[in-house]
Design a protein around this ligand. Structure first.
Ligand SMILES: Cc1cc2nc3c(=O)[nH]c(=O)nc-3n(C[C@H](O)[C@H](O)[C@H](O)COP(=O)(O)OP(=O)(O)OC[C@H]3O[C@@H](n4cnc5c(N)ncnc54)[C@H](O)[C@@H]3O)c2cc1C
Ligand SMILES: *[C@@H]1O[C@H](CO)[C@@H](O)[C@H](O)[C@H]1NC(C)=O
Ligand SMILES: *[C@@H]1O[C@H](CO)[C@@H](O)[C@H](O)[C@H]1NC(C)=O
Ligand SMILES: *[C@@H]1O[C@H](CO)[C@@H](O)[C@H](O)[C@H]1NC(C)=O
Ligand SMILES: *[C@@H]1O[C@H](CO)[C@@H](O)[C@H](O)[C@H]1NC(C)=O
Length: 589
């Protein structure tokens, strides 16, 4: 297809409705409290309607983008999941692991297993990953902002807009304080106190959980939307198709609802914000991608774009469980050590004690759970990735049931590496937009990534041995392990303890590879400069952009959500400005 033809082609997004869900009373009351009258079920869509912007994916970037664009234009936001309200697995910090453990089709977390064998999760809910994540909020470095070619002033204003809406300073429990002091003792200095900036040393960052443990999500940005210019359809899954300007929904009865970009506005656009897995997948289903791969799936190529789905990466995460002789309060990520050797160190604590429990069943369950990094969430780091079968998960869970309750006291210290340098790709498995595409991350393919991990684990060893951390560790680690292992009736402990020296363990390089898990910071697949230009327009296609984590070459800051949200706001402002201020100049083209 010629480039000329190409530029007049835009995408037809076919949105199908999955099943016949309804927004239940609790959830819709909460939505009303936020004045979300513009949020509707996809089956209630009119047969034909027109919008200036159609955004596919109501996630971490999509929500702030939609709220911003609706200030001056008519916007449609399509989200395949439901509302985040009225579900404690989303709203309560103490139920963080429950959403990830829930593998039902209604779960806000859709599980996927990369070709590497690491079990992972992607969001399926209004608010996206901000409804599942550990809440840690920290900006990108100014070097990152500069390299992205962003306007520093507008970036700062956009971060502040995000932070006013949903960022809190955490109340830091003792275990996190000890981690912080231990990091400083381990040489990760200076002590930067509480800051949202990305700076070397040890700091306390922000969080999207308030002091009561209630999660605030990107969906909350929709409170800032213009209520008559924004429409949100839930339970609508976009399935791209390269024919005309617009969007088609089918409802559960099979009736099609057509939504078009409004006429007379050359600046009207479809914007993909479906995340690292969703956006490259939708582009390929739309005929924008590597020609041979598209042909294999019988998709007509609209634009041969070999970069789509390439350069996908997930920062490898390795964690160790540090059993504590005393009970430990629950906490998600609050403190980070930003080392100078490309490794970031964080911790989560108190999988058992300190959890406000609901009912006796919950108490029993919580007393036998490692939380974030347990086989229930698919994070089984004690066996190499390819051996993490459902059977291995069941065995590990069985051992957990037999462990002494005291074995669950403690916390995980983890390290995640900068970058990473190793990358992989996303490919279609089928033309079904509901199915996960095949994802390969190639963890640790680049030896520099392994080096960063090894140095991170060494730093964790120093933290655990530090004076500051001593009240949360057993004086005789060997004796402690022996007791827990005996209690389990096996030498196998279902989470990784600190690797010991010298002969009784694998070399650290091997340890890094074999215990690799995810911290869910995957990104790429629609790189700036490859698939989209610096304005996030899909190269070679008119009226289409991608704005989300799929555009990142490297993960921003130590944790990405701040920058994903910022990008939604930032690009919303830039698009509005282009539309209203540079209108005359652009129309002459
Ligand atoms: C468990 C977990 C813990 C994390 N912890 C942290 C943390 O503590 N701090 C931090 O900074 N980051 C954290 N992250 C990472 C961060 O949350 C993500 O990087 C970020 O949310 C990605 O945003 P996004 O907008 O690119 O994608 P998403 O937020 O995933 O948004 C994509 C949206 O598009 C929708 N969608 C996809 N396909 C379609 C389709 N075909 N039709 C309609 N809708 C579609 C999805 O349902 C989803 O809502 C964590 C992530 C997870 C999963
Ligand atoms: C409503 O939905 C939420 C999850 O979204 C669920 O927790 C709650 O139990 C549901 N209530 C009813 C009455 O179905
Ligand atoms: C919360 O998660 C648990 C455990 O994964 C699951 O059994 C339950 O159904 C979920 N609750 C809701 C309201 O989705
Ligand atoms: C943006 O914020 C950063 C960090 O606070 C600061 O260093 C920088 O000077 C700011 N830039 C502009 C242009 O305001
Ligand atoms: C730790 O415990 C082990 C096993 O019980 C024992 O052999 C060893 O001597 C102890 N070490 C110290 C320093 O007490």
């Amino acid at each position: 297809m010629s480039a000329g033809h190409m530029s007049t082609a835009a995408l037809l997004i076919l949105a199908t409705v999955l099943g016949s869900f309804c927004i239940n009373a609790t959830a819709s009351r909460e939505a009303q409290r936020y004045n979300f009258r513009f949020v509707r079920h996809a089956r209630d869509a009119p047969l034909v309607s027109y919008y200036n912007y159609i955004i596919v994916g109501g996630g971490t970037a999509g929500c702030p983008l939609a709220a911003t664009l609706s200030e001056h234009s008519r916007v449609l936001l399509l989200e395949r999941g439901g509302l985040p309200y009225g579900n404690r697995n989303v709203s309560s910090e103490y139920h963080f692991a429950d959403a990830l453990a829930d593998t039902s089709p209604l779960s806000p977390a859709q599980r996927f297993v990369s070709e590497d064998g690491v079990v992972n999760a992607r969001a399926r809910v209004l608010g996206g990953g901000s409804c599942l994540n550990a809440g840690f909020y920290t900006r990108a470095s100014s070097g990152y902002v500069g390299a992205a070619g962003w306007d520093h002033r507008l970036v700062n204003a956009s971060y502040r807009w995000v932070e006013r809406a949903l960022v809190f300073r955490p109340g830091v429990p003792r275990w996190q304080c000890a981690l912080r002091e231990g990091l400083i003792e381990a040489g990760i200095t200076p002590d930067n106190g509480y800051t949202l900036e990305h700076v070397p040393g040890t700091k306390i960052g922000g969080t999207i959980f308030d002091r009561r443990g209630r999660r605030h999500t990107a969906a909350d940005f929709l409170r800032k939307a213009h209520p008559r210019r924004l429409t949100v359809f839930l339970h609508a899954t976009g399935v791209a198709n390269p024919v005309a300007y617009g969007v088609v929904f089918t409802d559960p009865v099979g009736v099609q609802h057509h939504v078009y970009l409004r006429r007379g506005g050359a600046k009207n656009e479809v914007i993909l914000a479906a995340g690292t897995l969703g956006s490259p997948q939708l582009l390929m289903l739309s005929g924008v991608g590597p020609r041979l791969h598209l042909e294999k799936h019988g998709i007509r190529t609209v634009h041969d774009q070999p970069g789509v789905g390439q350069g996908v990466a997930d920062n490898p995460m390795n964690s160790v469980f540090v059993p504590s002789p005393i009970p430990v309060a629950h906490s998600l990520v609050q403190v980070v050590g930003v080392t100078r050797f490309g490794s970031f160190i964080e911790g989560v604590s108190g999988s058992q004690f300190g959890i406000p429990l609901h009912g006796r069943g919950a108490a029993r369950r919580a007393a036998r759970n490692f939380g974030m990094f347990s086989p229930m969430t698919g994070q089984l780091g004690t066996v190499p990735p390819r051996e993490r079968t459902p059977e291995a998960m069941r065995r590990a869970a069985e051992v957990m049931r037999r462990l002494d309750r005291r074995a669950f006291r403690g916390g995980f210290i983890l390290e995640k590496i900068l970058g990473p340098l190793s990358t992989g790709h996303i490919e279609l498995r089928s033309t079904d937009a509901h199915a996960n595409p095949a994802v390969t991350f190639n963890y640790f393919r680049d030896p520099r990534d392994v080096e960063r991990c090894v140095r991170g684990i060494e730093a964790i060893q120093r933290v655990v041995r530090s004076r500051a951390f001593s009240r949360f560790t057993y004086a005789n680690h060997t004796a402690m392990e022996a007791v827990f292992r005996r209690a389990a009736g096996t030498a196998y402990f279902p989470v990784n303890l600190l690797p010991r020296h010298p002969r009784d363990t694998r070399p650290l390089h091997q340890y890094c590879r074999e215990t690799v898990m995810t911290i869910w910071h995957y990104h790429g697949g629609c790189h700036v400069g490859g698939v989209v230009d610096r304005d996030y327009r899909v190269i070679g296609v008119r009226g289409l952009r991608v704005i989300d984590s799929s555009t990142f070459k490297y993960s921003p800051g130590t944790n990405p959500q701040a920058t994903v949200m910022m990008l939604g706001r930032y690009m919303g402002l830039r698009i509005l400005k282009e539309r209203w201020i540079r209108k005359g100049a652009e129309d002459k083209h």
